[in-house]
Ligand binder design. Structure first.
Ligand code: HEM
Ligand SMILES: [Fe+2]
Length: 443
């Protein structure tokens, strides 16, 4: 850490980690509900849909807070200047967390807009827009004042502006539900397969430049190629959500072809990370930071690229649409791409923020955390996938009713739940480890 103002990243990381833990507890509760029929009295006060809204909104909130913290950490080093308004960054954190807490409590009382992942009620949306404006203003002003522009910075800022703009499409409500869902995907799909990928590519490039000593130009050259490909495939790829929505028929082939190409930039990112690791002028240290970084590159590819491709062609999606196959892909892709990205960045930045004598830290607990969490999450995604294939066959091939098909799936939901305990345990280890990180013992 070279600049004082980078320190504002720290509270963002701490809050993000605590919300992550809460997200997992709620996830475990939902999985339990799929396996075990809880008494109606409990359902009456805490319905499944409320727990699910809390689980998914917490995910989005903590990932975004992590990205914001990471941006506040990276921008001063990229621009070689202090943040424009470090205090505003703290005000913004308080505003966003307070809005998040009010939303969660609101969900408990049925105050919701109803669209999955974006249930936050409209009045609170405006507070989020205010928080986003503070964030973009702060970052933009820092860059403007410094007059130093890098490709990494450009991709980061471009991704963040794109992200904020797309959020606006989730605020109005359209009476025609087909139209409403149409724009809902502008937020959801164009976030995870557009804006967030740009942010991810920039943050990975930033970490690799600092960890390997590979020339910035080499790293950034690939950044351009990846960004171009992400935008080219990801934007029209939105069509893979328009197949059965009442949208025009051409989306069947446009969405199919372009989204089938989406694994390409993700594979490139994996290959690129691998190449930079081999070309690194320094040993790959700290070891655990690299375990997280490389784990991210691999599971990003498996979860988003492979599991995404598996059901993206309309011929397949016709059967699997909206089943547990989707859930399997959703979990592995979010984990591989964005949970591990955030955790990698936290591991990268924490020793620097805490001013350890070297970047090395004691890492045993974190290794356990990574492997227990990742293996459990992989197992959980496979269990969802089996439940999904079963569901697809029973509902879409045999024509069974939704609740009839749920019965034989229950066993696999128990398997999901058991793996969920592993995910919570592993994440707990990593969270505790990160929050109590200690410098390596001198040798
Ligand atoms: C890191 C990137 C990605 C993330 C975080 C992600 C996450 C998700 C999530 C959460 C859903 C479920 C949305 C819902 O219906 O509620 C979904 C659906 C879907 N994703 Fe992804 N995804 C990613 C990348 C991809 C890629 C690259 C492809 C294609 C190659 C893909 C193909 C699909 C398809 C076809 C669906 C719709 C499934 C259905 O019809 O039910 N995704 N994704
Ligand atoms: Fe998508």
């Amino acid at each position: 850490m070279t600049y004082q103002s980078q320190r504002v990243a720290y509270p963002y990381f701490v809050v993000a980690l605590l919300l992550f833990a809460l997200q997992l507890v709620l996830g475990l509760w939902i999985a339990f509900n799929y396996w075990f029929t809880v008494p109606q009295a409990i359902v009456d006060v805490f319905p499944f849909s409320t727990a699910r809204a809390m689980h998914t909104n917490l995910l989005v909130l903590w990932l975004l807070l992590g990205f914001m913290g990471a941006t506040f950490y990276a921008i001063p080093e990229e621009t070689q200047s202090e943040l424009a308004w470090p205090r505003l960054a703290i005000v913004q954190l308080v505003l966003l967390v307070a809005t998040g807490v009010v939303s969660l409590v609101g969900f408990l009382f049925g105050w919701t807009q109803g669209r999955p992942l974006l249930e936050i009620p409209r009045p609170l949306d405006f507070l989020i827009v205010a928080g986003a404006l503070m964030f973009l203003g702060n970052v933009g002003m820092t860059i403007l004042r410094a007059r130093r522009f890098t490709a990494t910075q450009g991709s980061l800022l471009g991704g963040l502006v794109f992200l904020a703009l797309m959020y606006l499409f989730g605020i109005p409500f359209y009476r025609n539900l087909a139209v409403d869902w149409y724009y809902w995907w502008w937020v959801i799909h164009l976030w995870v397969e557009g804006a967030w990928e740009l942010v991810a590519a920039a943050l990975v490039a930033f970490m690799i430049i600092h960890l390997t000593g590979v020339d910035r130009r080499v790293v950034e050259k690939w950044l351009y190629v990846e960004l171009g490909l992400f935008l080219f495939t990801g934007i029209v790829g939105t069509g893979h959500h328009y197949y059965w929505l009442g949208a025009p028929k051409y989306w069947l082939w446009a969405g199919g072809v372009f989204s089938a190409l989406e694994p390409l930039p993700i594979a490139l990112m994996l290959l690129d990370t691998w190449n930079h690791m081999r070309e690194s002028r320094r040993p790959l240290r700290p070891r655990l930071t690299w375990v997280f970084l490389f784990g991210m590159a691999v599971l990003h590819f498996v979860g988003a690229g492979a599991f995404g491709f598996a059901h993206t062609l309309p011929q397949i999606n016709y059967y699997t649409h909206g089943s547990q196959v989707t859930v399997s892909h959703g979990h592995l892709s979010f984990y591989g791409a964005y949970v591990l990205l955030n955790l990698s960045f936290f591991y990268f930045a924490m020793p620097r923020l805490r001013r350890f004598p070297t970047d090395e830290y004691r890492s045993t607990l974190g290794h356990w955390g990574f492997w227990v969490m990742s293996i459990s999450l992989l197992g959980m995604s496979l269990a969802f996938a089996i439940a999904g294939v079963l569901q697809t066959y029973l509902e879409r091939v045999q024509g069974q009713a939704y609740m009839v098909a749920q019965q034989p799936m229950r066993f696999w939901m128990l398997v999901v739940f058991l793996h969920g305990i592993g995910v919570l345990a592993g994440a707990g280890l990593a969270i505790v480890h990160l929050l109590t990180l200690k410098p390596a013992l001198a040798r």
